[in-house]
Design a protein around this ligand. Sequence first.
Ligand SMILES: C[S@@+](CC[C@H](N)C(=O)[O-])C[C@H]1O[C@@H](n2cnc3c(N)ncnc32)[C@H](O)[C@@H]1O
Length: 234
Amino acid sequence: MEDSAFRSEAFGDIYFMPKEGEAESRYVFWEGNQLTHRLIQPEKETFQIAELGFGTGLNYFLTRALWREIPNPPNIHYVSIEKFPIPIGMVNRMQLEIQSVPTWEEELIKVYLPYLGKPSQKEIQLLSYQTDHPSSHHRFTLSLYLGDVISALAQVGGPIDAFYLDGFAPSKNPEMWSPSVFSELKRLSLAGTTFSTFTAAGFVKRGLEKEGFFVRKQKGFGRKREMLVGTFHG
Ligand SMILES: C[S@@+](CC[C@H](N)C(=O)[O-])C[C@H]1O[C@@H](n2cnc3c(N)ncnc32)[C@H](O)[C@@H]1O
């Protein structure tokens, strides 16, 4: 079963499982941040999402598709960070296997192509890409920072409304779950900023609590027992 996963050999972990991956992303990141409600009744012109780990782009494509279904949503600024862009073969596989939403359109591939399959350099690269909403004048802007999570986060401007914390498993990818990352999340948050993540690791919970988030464990996706969601209180 695991053989069909979108997998990272370098990290010994998976990006997602085909079939389950789409439902899991919606459950963990969309519902975990109560996005339907917040985008149907927007309190601001532009809603900012920040994702740690762009990976295959699945979360981005699903979020963009859900936003397109809302009649008059705010603009979305979707900030994402990635140090190890996926290879072109994985982009092609996404196009073949993900049928529920549009994924890698040609214009987006053109923007990302020079970086695909190559680990990022020390200097952060910022890629930008926009999509129009079908029935309003609003836009969905992707700002993709290529580089290490800490240096990239330092360049991001807040406030962020919702964080998608989506590094690989904390045991395999500690850099994505470090105290320095948590302190950057605090810098980028305002009262009411939310986060969600698939992990329920104790040190992640404590690290986020220390930086001013109320953190709650809730039922994880499918057979996963628990995950974390939370809100910043300052
Ligand atoms: C679970 S995957 C993200 C999945 C992604 N959100 C998606 O929708 O496909 C975790 C990502 O974090 C990236 N990553 C790991 N360590 C990193 C670091 N130190 N800085 C930036 N990105 C990192 C990995 O390359 C990988 O793409």
